[in-house]
Design a protein around this ligand. Structure first.
Ligand SMILES: Cc1cc2nc3c(=O)[nH]c(=O)nc-3n(C[C@H](O)[C@H](O)[C@H](O)COP(=O)(O)O)c2cc1C
Length: 66
């Protein structure tokens, strides 16, 4: 299975959670780990995380969902 873990983090909390999830999965399943960019490969499963301000995800994560 190809898994993409995509996150946005200002102060490190979301990054820490993303790394914890990555460490719990098999390396061979991780197709991508990192911030939103144009090079994220098509994947079977996307694990997406963001910090929040007044209930909204960060703009880069909102755009990624679109
Ligand atoms: C200005 C500001 C607004 C926030 N608004 C919310 C909010 O509406 N809901 C919430 O659950 N957390 C809110 N938080 C808390 C952050 O989303 C939370 O600390 C988060 O873990 C930060 O993630 P990061 O460390 O990956 O950047 C806010 C924090 C700040 C500084």
């Amino acid at each position: 299975m190809k898994i993409a873990i995509v996150y946005s983090s200002n102060t490190g909390n979301t990054k820490m959670l993303a790394e914890t999830i990555k460490n719990a999965l098999s390396d061979k399943d991780i197709a991508y780990f990192g911030k939103v960019n144009d090079g994220i490969p098509d994947s079977d499963l996307y694990i997406i995380g963001s910090w929040t301000n007044k209930g909204n995800a960060s703009l880069d994560i909102q755009n990624f969902f679109k």
